[in-house]
Design a protein around this ligand. Structure first.
Ligand code: SF4
Length: 364
């Protein structure tokens, strides 16, 4: 993984926090450091650049989070067959730069790469969830508004998280990443309560779209290493892009995965197609005019997002589902942000309820 950090802005209140000390001890001396009264202002778009969103990725803001850390998954909706996921927001934006990333639209007004110095307060929220769950198990991820492990080499937050979840039998942590930054994970015993998941893409999608991420083989090798350290792993074929020749490329990717990672260590697979709102598609095409993957023939769906023509998309989903099921017959596989009818066409069955799928994935 390669990316550049140019500047760190630190909120005055966070000057002496543990996270600030850790980060300042680990960033290169060439990175400029500035103290600010309100990190929210430092996270606003810069006016002196043609690409405020890209520039925000190179500007880390260490600040206090004012709102709750724990929220529902932004993708959950009555329209979709969901998995009942909860999101823990410990950072906002990501130093990598995928051309299709929804953050380009979602964080357009505050693109600074925020990390929250009071992240340990999230453990109080998790304590309350664990106690109020009445026997339910919960699956909680940190990889929605940021990659879970990007910059873990300087924040080391993953160690605290894995240690916390290791003590809670009805909570399951998912760390979702496109990096191979797993060294901190190898120092902690997850005790069965952390799944590390990778978004996997074909080499062609990686080269065209996924700037500064780790190559697919590095992600797969990193998965093998965390399995050896006692973690379960999961994989997201998301966003799946249905370009000419995609099926064969995804088959080869799965072959490489199943040759490297033992099926018994895989907790789940999710599959989701490329989807973009008109605004995201405009932004993505403007920021990445040479990316042919963004120029496919797509249809605007009832939910206001462009997707690949449905028969083409669902055929690819079904072929990959068959391939995964042949290698790992008992593995939970689910679709992300697809309707119940799409689920029925791919699996030949109605989707499980969010509560039951979520509980199954959380080990409950
Ligand atoms: S790694 Fe994930 S969060 Fe980061 S730019 Fe890519 S899609 Fe967005």
């Amino acid at each position: 993984m390669t990316f550049n950090l140019e500047k760190v802005a630190i909120e005055e209140d966070c000057r002496t926090s543990t996270l600030t000390t850790r980060i300042l001890n680990r960033i290169p001396s060439s990175v400029r450091v500035q103290y600010v009264n309100d990190g929210r202002m430092a996270a606003r778009p810069s006016s002196d650049t043609r690409d405020p969103f890209g520039s925000g990725k190179r500007r880390m803001v260490i600040m206090r989070r004012r709102g709750p850390f724990l929220t529902g998954c932004p993708a959950s909706s009555a329209e979709f067959a969901c998995c009942g996921y909860l999101v823990l927001i410990l950072a906002s934006n990501c130093p990598m730069d995928c051309s299709y990333c929804f953050l380009q639209e979602h964080l357009a007004n505050n693109p600074g790469f925020q990390v929250y110095a009071n992240y340990a307060d999230s453990f109080d929220e998790l304590d309350r969830l664990a106690c109020a769950g009445s026997g339910r198990s919960f699956r909680i991820g940190t990889g929605e508004l940021a990659d879970s492990l990007a910059f873990d080499s300087v924040t080391a937050i993953s160690r605290d998280l894995v240690s916390y979840f290791a003590k809670h039998q009805n909570l399951m942590l998912e760390l979702k990443t496109k990096t191979d930054e797993i060294d901190n994970l190898l120092t902690v015993d997850p005790r069965g309560r952390t799944v590390v998941s990778w978004s996997l893409s074909t080499p062609r999608v990686f080269t065209n779209c996924e700037h500064h991420t780790a190559p697919p083989t590095s992600r797969i090798n990193a998965a093998r290493r965390v399995v050896n350290a006692g973690y379960q792993v999961g994989f997201h074929l998301d966003p799946l892009i249905a370009y000419a020749g995609a099926e064969q490329d995804y088959f080869e990717l799965l072959d490489c995965l199943f040759d490297t990672v033992p099926a018994r260590a895989i907790a789940f697979f999710s599959i989701g197609g490329l989807r973009m709102t008109p605004a995201l598609r405009r932004t993505a095409r403007r920021r990445f005019p040479g990316d042919a993957m963004l120029l496919g023939e797509e249809v605007l769906g009832e939910d206001g997002r462009y997707r690949t023509f449905t028969p083409l998309r669902l055929r690819l989903f079904a072929r990959l589902r068959e391939r995964i099921a042949a290698a790992c017959p008992q593995l939970p596989i689910y679709l992300c942000m697809e309707s119940a009818s799409a689920h029925h066409r791919v699996f030949g069955a109605v989707p499980p309820s969010p509560a039951s799928l979520g509980s199954r994935l959380a080990g409950g």
